[in-house]
Design a protein around this ligand. Sequence first.
Ligand SMILES: Nc1nc2c(ncn2[C@@H]2O[C@H](COP(=O)(O)OP(=O)(O)OP(=O)(O)O)[C@@H](O)[C@H]2O)c(=O)[nH]1
Ligand SMILES: [Mg+2]
Length: 265
Amino acid sequence: MTRPVDEIRRRLEARKQTLGACAGLARFLTAKGVCRQLAQDIAEGFFQKSHHMSKLSEHLIQRLNVKSAISLPTCLALVGPTGVGKTTTLLKLASFYTTQDARVVILNLDPQSSLNTIASKWGLPCLGPEDTLPEYDLLLIDTPGCNFYLPQRVEELGHLLTSCPDTHILLTLSAATKDVDVYGAIHQFSYLEPAGLIFTKLDETLAGGILLNVCQKTTLPLWYVAYGYPLPGKIELADAELIAKKILTDLNCEEFHYLRQLIVE
Ligand SMILES: Nc1nc2c(ncn2[C@@H]2O[C@H](COP(=O)(O)OP(=O)(O)OP(=O)(O)O)[C@@H](O)[C@H]2O)c(=O)[nH]1
Ligand SMILES: [Mg+2]
């Protein structure tokens, strides 16, 4: 028969192990770019329920806000900070929807962009603001990058887009940007009332957890995630399961293996 004191000792030992594993998981998530408080909440939630690794992603999935069932949109304008990959992503979207037999037309509102050259190489109609648009299923609008900390730049962009009614504006952000500037961009670009977010450059960061952080800070849903270069690269409709998997399993550092040892598989 187990003595009560041994039982207490066993429970204390088990509790200590759980606390250690919980701290390990929180550290791992933080290393993956999840902000400290959220990482702690996820780790605690995980250890309160099943400790099975396969259940971990569920704790991330429930915190991701993805646009459900994107049917073919008719008009998308990509706006965002300079260099985040708007033009590249627009071309990826053009390629993605062209392979689904949509008639894609590009409207280039950025005189600096090299979009026209690539679009013509791909046989995609690429027009300027003065041109008459042909019939299309999907109009993709590229815009110039903008220093969003200067409100007048965002307003200018708004004026540029007034000629494009019924457009879903998608704020394009790089996953490899510091959280504070991502939040800054979301705040400053809210003037344009974006419908959702695109995250690019997921291949260039260890810290995909930024997508989770952003979902806690804004109600804007994630529409697309893009990674990979050269073109046509890769673009996907945002899918919570895939994003969670990416955060948990891509580009893992040693801490992940440490974590696996702590959690019963
Ligand atoms: N690794 C990687 N590179 C990317 C991705 N998207 C874009 N890039 C690269 O990022 C750089 C900038 O991309 P652009 O598409 O020109 O960015 P932009 O937002 O249109 O830039 P501006 O129009 O100047 O504001 C280029 O070198 C692209 O090849 C991506 O998902 N992954
Ligand atoms: Mg561009």
